[in-house]
Structures are given as C-alpha cells and as structure tokens.
Design a protein around this ligand. Structure first.
Ligand code: SAM
Length: 292
C-alpha cells in the first residue's frame, strides 16, 4: 500500500514541493490524521461496488482512502493549482477521476450518467469547504441524485442545526429541509488540531441516509418550504405573527392563516421551533388549499 498523504510530515513535504499556499476563501483546511479519515470512510460503508462522489480533494488525503475501498471515486476540485499536485499524489490509483469544477455549478446527474453508469450504490463523502457547506448539501438533495447517502465533515455548529429535534435552540428551517429528504445523525466530533491550517471552529461528521420518499407528504413542496422558512422568520415571534409577516401577502391572508392553524390543530401562539415536520406538513397542506 502507498504511503498515506494525511500525515503532518507528508502533507508538509507535498505543500513545500509545490510551493502551495492555502486559500482561506476556498475553505482550504486539509486533514492530517489518517485515523479520522479512516473513520469517515467507515461511516460511509463502502464496498468494491460503490461509486463515491467527493467534493474538494485538496491534495488527495481523503480521496486515496476512498479509492482503496470503493470501485470508483469522482472528485470535484475548484482550485486549478491543486490539479498537478493531485496528478502526482494520486498517480498510483486508476479508479479516481478529478473534475476541475465548482461543484455548485456542476451537472452532477450528468457526471453520474457518464462516469458511474454501471454502479448502483453511490455515496457522497467529503471534508467540505466550510464557506459553502449548506448550499452544497442542499444541492445534493434537491437535485434528487440517485445516491444512498452523504457522509461529510462540516462545522459542528451546522451539524448541530442539521440533526436538531423540535423544541431545541438549534432546530430550524435547515433541520427540516434536510430531515425532509434524509435521516440525519452526527456520528463524530472532530477537534481542530487534525487540520492544516487549523480552522477557528470545531468540526463534526454527519451521516445523511436518503429516505426512499420524503419524511412527509406535501401537496406543494415549494410552498411547504416557504411556510417553514416564514415560521422561523423571527424566532421570538409566534407562528401566527411570523406567517403574517413572512408569507407573501401574509397581512391580507391573516384570517386564512388563523383558519389554517386552527384546522391543523396548531395553537397560533406557539413558536415555529416547537412544530414537528408532520405539523408543518399538515399546516402547509391546509394553507395551500385555502390561500387566495
Ligand atoms: N479533502 C481534503 C482534505 O480533507 O484534506 C481537502 C478539504 S478542504 C476542507 C476543501 C476543499 O474544497 C479544498 O480543496 C478547496 O479548494 C475545495 N473547494 C472549495 N470550494 C469548492 C467548490 N465550490 N467546488 C469544489 N471544490 C471546492
């Protein structure tokens, strides 16, 4: 087996060889601990039949660990300066394809059709660039890709919000958006010391297992998410006041909103953060019917 990339000495050697300087604006904090990397890979439960989509390979620390377990790894990297480095560090692996692209602009379904056509088990595994964690996860879910799940490292604070339950301070529209599509768990906390350079936040690894169908049945998905976002508009306000202030034409629809809440058995004085995803679904399904 090749020498691991993710040790402090080898990472420094690679960075020096290429005179590479980190770009903070691209969220470049590389992992330098192979034990953490192996645990991330274990959480993804890969087999030699699995295709992996990685976002941001950096100098290839996680990529090589994935390539050892999976059938094929497709990895999106935005920073052109890393391409010659990756060609060198990953030269011994024939099952890795690096795509030089901003993942947020990529047509991932098209890449899956082209690169992973024969593969039926697809996982996303990454140490995400922290400045775009939420847009990346939301894109992966709303693009309705044929993936089994997502195992990613991100800021602990965002991991807490993603896996939060109703009635807690972290629960909000992000928890609901992600739990609508997946079962979300925080599987590991990670100290800042295992990165080069060290980020100024703590990190965690989450596992999102895609549901066969969304957690709740909604008549109009985009209206459901509008109701959820409006309900959390200002956390200290009641759900009624938030819906009036933040739904389009909310003021004119005041009576309909009151009726919708009553018909769904939701006290209009409750706060959005106390509602379960089932209650949000019932409410939005009722409101979509009676809104003018
Ligand atoms: N996987 C490596 C590791 O664990 O050491 C590097 C992870 S580093 C946190 C994030 C990586 O994502 C960097 O290589 C960065 O250049 C890349 N990146 C940042 N924004 C990106 C984007 N929009 N699309 C693709 N890659 C991006």
């Amino acid at each position: 087996m090749n020498k691991d990339i993710a040790t402090p000495a080898r990472t420094r050697e690679i960075l020096n060889k290429y005179g590479f300087s980190f770009k903070k604006s691209l969220g470049q904090n590389f992992l330098i601990d192979t034990n953490i990397l192996r645990r991330i890979v274990d959480f993804a439960e890969l087999s030699n039949e699995t295709g992996v989509i990685e976002i941001g390979p950096g100098i290839g620390a996680l990529t090589e660990q994935l390539a050892r377990q999976a059938k094929k790894v497709i990895s999106f990297e935005i920073d052109q300066r890393l391409l010659p480095i990756l060609a060198d560090t990953l030269s011994l692996y024939s099952n890795i394809r690096i795509i030089h692209q901003d993942v947020l602009k990529a047509n991932i379904q098209h890449i899956i059709d082209e690169e992973l056509a024969e593969i039926h088990d697809i996982m996303v595994v990454a140490n995400l660039p922290y400045y775009v964690t939420t847009p990346i996860i939301m894109k992966l879910l709303t693009d309705r890709l044929p993936i089994r799940g997502i195992v990613v490292m991100l800021q602990k604070e965002v991991a807490d919000r993603i896996s939060a339950s109703p009635g807690t301070k972290d629960y909000g529209s992000l928890s609901i958006a992600i739990q609508y599509y997946t079962k979300a768990e925080t599987v590991m906390n990670v100290p800042r010391t295992v990165f080069m350079p060290q980020p100024n936040v703590d990190s965690a690894v989450i596992r999102l297992t895609k549901r066969e169908k969304p957690a709740v049945e909604v008549v109009d998905e985009s209206f459901f998410f509008q109701v959820v976002r409006a309900s959390f508009g200002q956390r200290r306000k009641t759900i009624l006041n938030n819906l009036i202030s933040h739904l389009p034409n909310g003021k004119q629809q005041k009576e309909n909103i009151e009726r919708g809440l009553a018909d769904s058995g939701i006290d209009s004085k409750r706060r959005g953060e106390t509602l379960t995803i089932q209650e949000f679904a019932a409410l939005s399904n009722r409101l979509v019917d009676i809104f003018e």
